[in-house]
Design a protein around this ligand. Structure first.
Ligand code: SAM
Length: 239
């Protein structure tokens, strides 16, 4: 997959070369380009913002540098992702869909955001997703892009060594994952649930499912609405 990020703070994206993503790039599974939006400005001050039409606080990112940058960087048909707190929610299902696509271009907003015509105009050249990573407001799109790129790329086959760990993650099946434990079996008076030491794989799978159901009901009851519960799931909830 080819990922391009447009930003006025290219250094902010340095973590894209680290850890899992760095390894994925080294293996040739992901290719990442980070571009300074100011390279597409046309004045001596390299201006990317202006005051908002209609008045109000803050500044808005001007459309012209964005239009030129996207014309150079985005291959026709490639999805443009515009992070914004006013976007549709970015979820694991969205990440899974994007992980199947050949490329993604991310446009990092700053100030009060990007002139709306940039996204509107870009829709003529491929899919455009205006997405939010949560119900809070960040200072810029860069940290949102770090979050999304990591969530998407770990779903590309070969990026995470053990494919099963992705399959059983929270949100993969619409539920939260239950608790995990490792050695020692007893620590500071807290014991690992005995079933995990039993070697009975069917019993362990049933216990994990029940813990997943109970944890979801406790922490994210909204998620349960999208999951078909089995009689065993209902019993776990009643226990
Ligand atoms: N005035 C905008 C609003 O209220 O919708 C907020 C702009 S915010 C200060 C600046 C930039 O941060 C946005 O253009 C976007 O790129 C990014 N951003 C802030 N919160 C975000 C969120 N929850 N999800 C994704 N991007 C976000």
């Amino acid at each position: 997959m080819r990922i391009d990020v447009l930003t006025i703070f290219p250094e902010y994206l340095a973590p894209l070369g680290q850890a899992l993503l760095g390894k994925a790039a080294a293996k040739g599974l992901v290719e990442i380009g980070v571009h300074d939006l100011r390279a597409w400005t046309d004045d001596v001050h390299r201006t990317v913002d202006d005051s908002p039409y209609g008045g109000g606080p803050g500044m808005v990112m001007r459309p012209e540098p964005w239009g030129r940058a996207l014309a150079d960087v985005r291959r026709p048909g490639t999805r443009l992702v515009v992070p914004t707190p006013a976007g549709r929610p970015f979820t694991q299902a969205v990440a899974a869909q994007w992980a199947t696509e050949p490329g993604l271009v991310f446009a990092c907003g700053r100030y009060e955001g990007i002139d709306q015509r940039v996204a509107d105009d870009a829709a003529a050249h491929g899919p455009v997703s205006e997405v939010s990573i949560g119900d809070y407001v960040l200072a810029g799109g860069e940290s949102a892009v770090l979050v999304m790129v990591e969530a998407v790329t770990r779903l590309i086959p070969g990026v995470v060594g053990n494919a099963e760990s992705v399959e059983f993650d929270s949100h993969a099946d619409g539920l939260l994952e239950g608790p995990s434990y490792t050695r020692p079996a007893s620590w500071r008076g807290h014991d690992v649930p005995p079933v995990l030491l039993s070697g009975d794989h069917a019993a362990i799978a049933r216990w994990r499912r029940a813990e997943s159901i109970r944890r979801t009901a406790d922490r994210r009851p909204d998620l349960l609405a999208g999951v078909e519960l089995t009689p065993a799931d209902r019993a776990a909830l009643d226990a």
